[in-house]
Write a protein of this length. Structure first.
Length: 260
């Protein structure tokens, strides 16, 4: 079985300023974590963060990417520019972008393609809203988001993450229970196996996101198909964030010892 290194991604959304963001990660500088830690600042702070974290192992991601490469697209930032700025990851199709900025599966597919072509690791965000869960169509929604968001993409020698973020859990304080999250992650893994075959699907890291905090992180991370966490609000609280990263590192160490 393939060992997937646990990953914690901080989604800082539209929060600043730079001093607050630096204070969230100041204790990480020169510390080693077995888990991979990524922070996604607003674009304007990416370079500052990179300088601030230059002696640390923390990686930088973007919260979005343009579906265009270059040209007359005012306000856009391309995958190539993000790569040049030092990003390793980029979030794509976060539910806030889908609901407030009219992103859909088709635009996500183009963005994932752009990121893959450039060497960024896309983190495609998917998840059902509360109405869809109540109507018991969660699986249909996810199947569609995956099939359309990844349509025609060749993942050979490429790195991809999928973040399952149920919309009803984002910023609400109502995280999915570890059982529900595991059940959905297992389903996502099966869908990826159907799309790409077991070898490739086993390497894709699946993150859970939605009201993660230091209290629920451990149990979520100990589920077999949850390989990491996408953390919003709690990532701005240094105490919570360090604690979550430590728990992920313990999980990573356990994997190294037990091989699972
Ligand atoms: P939350 O946000 O942790 O504040 O719920 C998660 C996200 O939007 O990625």
């Amino acid at each position: 079985m393939h060992i997937r290194r646990p990953i914690i991604i901080a989604n800082w959304k539209l929060n600043g300023g730079i001093d607050l963001l630096c204070s969230s990660v100041v204790s990480f500088i020169r510390k080693h974590y077995e888990a991979e830690i990524v922070v996604c600042p607003p674009y304007i702070y990416i370079r500052d963060m990179l300088n601030f974290l230059q002696h640390s192992e923390i990686r930088i991601g973007s919260q979005n990417v343009s579906k265009f490469e270059s040209g007359a697209f005012t306000g856009e930032t391309s995958a190539q520019m993000l790569k040049e700025a030092g990003c390793k990851y980029c979030l794509i199709g976060h539910s806030e972008r889908r609901s407030m900025f009219r992103e859909n599966n088709a635009s996500c597919q183009i963005k994932v393609q752009r990121a893959l072509n450039t060497g960024l690791t896309p983190v495609l965000c998917i998840g059902e809203n509360s109405e869809e869960r109540e109507n018991q169509i969660t699986r249909d929604v996810l199947t569609r988001q995956l099939a359309e968001g990844l349509e025609g993409l060749d993942l050979k020698n490429k790195s991809l993450c999928i973040a399952y973020e149920p919309v009803w859990a984002i910023g609400t304080g109502k995280a999915a229970s570890p059982e529900i999250a595991q059940e959905v992650h297992q389903f996502i893994r099966q869908e990826l196996i159907a799309l790409y075959g077991a070898d490739t699907a086993e390497k894709i890291r699946l993150l859970y996101g939605g009201s993660v905090n230091k209290t629920n992180a451990k149990e979520l991370l100990s589920q077999p198909d949850i390989d990491g966490l996408l953390v919003g609000g709690a990532s701005l609280d240094p105490e919570h964030f360090v604690n979550i990263c430590q728990q992920a590192s313990v999980q990573a160490e356990t994997q190294l010892v037990t091989g699972v």
